[in-house]
Design a protein around this ligand. Sequence first.
Ligand code: ZN
Length: 150
Amino acid sequence: MTELTDLYQEVILDHNKRPRNFHKIEGADRTAEGYNPLCGDKFTIYLDLDGDVLCDLSFEGAGCAISKASASMMTEALRGKSRAEVEAIFAEFHALVTGEAKRGAAAPDLGKLVVFSGVREFPVRVKCASLAWHTLKAALENRKKRASTE
Ligand code: ZN
């Protein structure tokens, strides 16, 4: 676990301990399951759409601190956003955790999500951090197949 010391920043620990929007949405417009076989992280994402806007989203499941905190913070960051905004934030978050080149000046502000920048040093943890995001995308695209990081 020592390799992760630097990743376990206060905000990640807080979201792991007290995940936000950690519940099922009964009768959600969309749901998707995601699984990261490398770590065993497994989440279900629920979302309600109002036209083009994610008016509510939540998650359930279990996983490591990184995956759970990422799911928790994602539900906070994307609430009330349009699909286009979600796409832009997803792309920016993906670039952040994989260490890809910074995007253009028009890139959205990730706010607190920048705490996940440290995972780029650990390829296995990149999967943990991005699982909920891939799962959300599957839900938005209404894919029936379980999302997987593999
Ligand atoms: Zn994990």
